[in-house]
Write a new protein. Structure first.
Length: 114
């Protein structure tokens, strides 16, 4: 737990980012630190390592284009090669112009089940 705090790790569940120094963030950080075994699709992973990336459209014209964001994320997943996708999140923040869209993909760097 102290290692996560020392690295200034923040936890993002939904829209808020939880700081491990506040009570809710600390509770969530402890839960993450204790989760050393993950089961996904019936496959047990004992290393607990999951990777992720987040993408948004560039600011300006087309920033709120959902289809463009989906295409960009799909291309990035293709570029990763054969990985096992765990989860995909989609968030939208209202800005002065168009909505600021973000997608985060959580994945294991191992071949997916076929």
């Amino acid at each position: 737990m102290n290692e996560l705090t020392a690295k200034n790790v923040k936890i993002n569940i939904g829209v808020p980012v939880h700081d491990p120094d506040d009570p809710v963030g600390r509770l969530l950080s402890i839960a993450v630190a204790l989760a050393d075994v993950a089961t996904v699709g019936g496959v047990e992973r004992t290393d607990g390592t999951i990777k992720h990336f987040s993408q948004s459209n560039p600011a300006g014209d087309g920033q709120g284009d959902v289809a463009a964001l989906l295409r960009r994320v799909a291309q990035t997943i293709d570029d990763l090669g054969d990985v096992s996708i765990e989860d995909v999140t989609f968030t939208s923040s209202v800005t002065e112009g168009e909505d600021d869209l973000t997608m985060t993909v959580y994945y294991y760097p191992e071949p997916r089940r076929r």
